[in-house]
Each structure stands twice: as C-alpha cells, then as structure tokens.
Design a protein around this ligand. Sequence first.
Ligand code: MF3
Ligand code: CO
Ligand code: CO
Length: 251
Amino acid sequence: MINIKSEREIALMRKSAKLAASTLKYIGAFVKPGVSTEELNNIAHDYIIDHGAIPSPLNYHGFPKSICTSINEVICHGIPSKKDILKNGDIVNLDVTTYLEGFHGDTNATFFVGEVSTDVKDLVERTHECMMAGIAEVRAGARIGSIGAAIVEIATKYRYSVVRDYCGHGIGREFHEDPQVLHYGERDTGTKMREGMTFTIEPMINIGTYRTRLDKDGWTVRTSDGKLSAQFEHTILVTKSGYEILTLSDE
Ligand code: MF3
Ligand code: CO
Ligand code: CO
C-alpha cells in the first residue's frame, strides 16, 4: 500500500529531509585522508541528536551505527569503524537518514578523499547525473518504470552497470515503505506516480559488474568483482507538474 501524504505530513517530511541534507553537508566537510568512518559516524550522530532528531539506521534491523559509510568497492550499508581510515584517492559514500517528529528523511552522496584519479571522478559525477536523470522522470501520472529506464540509459552510455539487488523506496512514517523504486526498468510501466507520494531515488552505479556480495557481517554490500561503485540519493515528493527534492539543505 502506497501512502499519499497530506499537506501537514508533507510539511513534516520537508523538515526531516532538510535536516538529513544539512547533516550530510556538515559531515561531508570532515572527509579527508586520515579520518576514520567511526569519527564521521560520531559527528553525524551528535549533529542529528543536537537537532532534536534520531538517526534512523541505529538499531534498524540490528544495524549497529548511526549512518552508513561505504568506501570504494563497497556499494552500500558499510558499517562505520575505527579501523576504516580514509586515504588519499578513496571515495566514500555517506548515507544519512533522520527521524524527526514522526517522519524519516533519507539522502546520501559520494565524496572524494583528497585527490582522486580521472576515472574515479568521472564515475562519481556520472552517478550523480544518473540520479538526476531518474528524478527528472517524476511527475503525477507518469510511471515508476520510467525512472529506472532513464537511469540505465545514462549508465549504459558510459558503459557502467546498475546495481539491481538494492533499490529506492517509499519513505514517510516508516524508513522503508512501498513502492520499491527500481533503478532499471521499462519506460511507461509499473506503478503510476501520484501527487503526495514520497520516495527515494538512489542509484548505485558500478564500473564493472552489477553483481553484489554480502560480507559476513550481514550488512556490507560489495561489488563481486571488487571494482568501484558510487551512489547518490535524494528523497523526492511527487507534485502535479513534476517533483520537489526534499533533501536539499538551506545553506
Ligand atoms: N539509508 C539506506 C537507504 O537508503 C538504508 C540503510 S539501512 C541500514 O535505504 F540499516 F543499513 F542503516
Ligand atoms: Co534510501
Ligand atoms: Co539512504
């Protein structure tokens, strides 16, 4: 069942999403060689608590930390650790979800650590382009399959692959709600978007295979060939004429 949000609910979604966005921006400034993902986790945790919210990932199905930190070939759901120290040339995805006044906001971005090679920079910039192409398909009356189709179109142009095992999701009073938002698909197929729906678009784009491998920790998802993966995520509201990106910060 897909929840359609009322004006009041949308106002609260905006608030939580904005906090997720400002948290992401805040912790992004701490990304540099020598910093551990545990430190980034702690900075995010304190920032979220200080703003009257709760980090949604903490204890979510047993997840042990407050954000996800995914380095290089880690696709998503990396667990922050003292042992994971960022080094020059790495990329790291920071995924922040906040729970504020009853609603979740979910956003992530991939950051450069120091100086990265051209191939790496290209992957990250084009992954952002894939997300924006998916977002551009959103409007009331359009179908959800068009989002995935647009993402695959851009990824394929650059000879990248699109991860299929993890997808975007409805979001609101629950962290993960219906519908599933696949990052691949056929244009004009699938669920019809309606004004007031809120969901994430969060493509994971790989240089090599789209195939994934789960670590023994039960969370960390890696590319099965060990090649790089990047991701960006926004929480989106469907409007009559198009969309509103809810996870944008004011600053
Ligand atoms: N924030 C992730 C998403 O975009 C989900 C993380 S679940 C966690 O859907 F448990 F790993 F935190
Ligand atoms: Co999400
Ligand atoms: Co997320």
